[in-house]
Ligand binder design. Structure first.
Ligand SMILES: [Zn+2]
Length: 257
């Protein structure tokens, strides 16, 4: 039986279409059945309750409906507002371990996802993280970053390498299984992570054309190239990489006036 998940527009000011996102997620895997729940208006959220700028995650989690009311096992509230657990910095996402999660798509957080990750991929990445935490009823997050879905990202910049790697480390896999999450469910979450790190060709090319040097420097293009390994497009991607590489060398050699 599939695990039912209701995605909820928390605040009604999202830049993404949740129906489209749920259809995409359903097309990628079999364990979870995503749908869209009833939206929650910005007015009913009230004002930010931490320093007048951040919403406390526990407050927002309480505003989300009981999963049963949405005929779901889990609800995930996606919101445009900035969230924090207790004023201890901005949070990407948080769960109550009782089936409810909140994910912030505020631009001050999505900017850490890297230039080639779109907001839907960022949202899917964090949604899968919170769903597995809820399915386990325990949070396996680790402070030592190792490019795992469960890096706690105390350094917000750790989220981009995590999305690029798209993996769940062996320690977290064992912890999830120990808490009763099936291997199939974990593998299906991994299938979503593969999509989260997939770079649309046009977007990658556009970025490469405008940022050849910085792109080579931070390795994003290498990551993009790696996503073609095993695909029939690898030779074409290698050709593009070579062109961009030569263009960046040429740019680097030019004297600045
Ligand atoms: Zn891990």
């Amino acid at each position: 039986m599939k695990i039912k998940v209701a995605l909820i527009n928390l605040g009604e000011r999202l830049d993404i279409d949740l129906r489209r996102l749920s259809e995409k997620l359903n097309s990628l895997q079999e364990s979870f059945q995503f749908g869209v729940g009833r939206r929650i208006s910005a007015a009913s959220m009230g004002n930010p309750d931490i320093k007048d700028k951040w919403y406390r995650t526990s407050t927002l989690l309480q505003q989300l409906p009981d999963p049963g009311r949405e005929s779901a096992d889990y609800v995930v509230g996606l919101t445009h507002v900035k969230i924090s657990r207790a004023g201890d910095g901005l949070y990407f996402s948080h769960s109550d371990l009782q089936g409810r999660s909140v994910v912030s798509l505020n631009p001050s957080l999505t900017k850490f996802a890297g230039p080639l990750t779109d907001v839907e991929q960022y949202a899917a990445y964090l949604t899968m993280c919170e769903l597995l935490i809820n399915a386990a009823g325990a949070d396996p997050s680790h402070t030592l970053p190792d490019r795992c879905l469960f890096d706690d990202c105390a350094n917000r910049e750790d989220v981009a390498p995590g999305i690029e790697a798209g993996q769940i480390c062996s320690v977290c896999t064992a912890a999830l299984e120990k808490h009763g999450v099936s291997k199939q469910t974990i593998d299906d979450a991994r299938a979503v992570l593969v999509w989260c790190r997939t770079r649309p060709l046009l977007k990658a090319l556009k970025f490469a054309a405008t940022n050849p040097i910085s792109l080579l420097a931070d390795g994003a293009l290498i990551g993009w190239l790696a996503s073609f390994v095993g695909s029939k497009y690898l030779p074409a991607a290698l050709g593009i990489w070579l062109l961009v590489h030569l263009a960046s060398l040429d740019n680097a050699k030019r004297p600045r006036s």
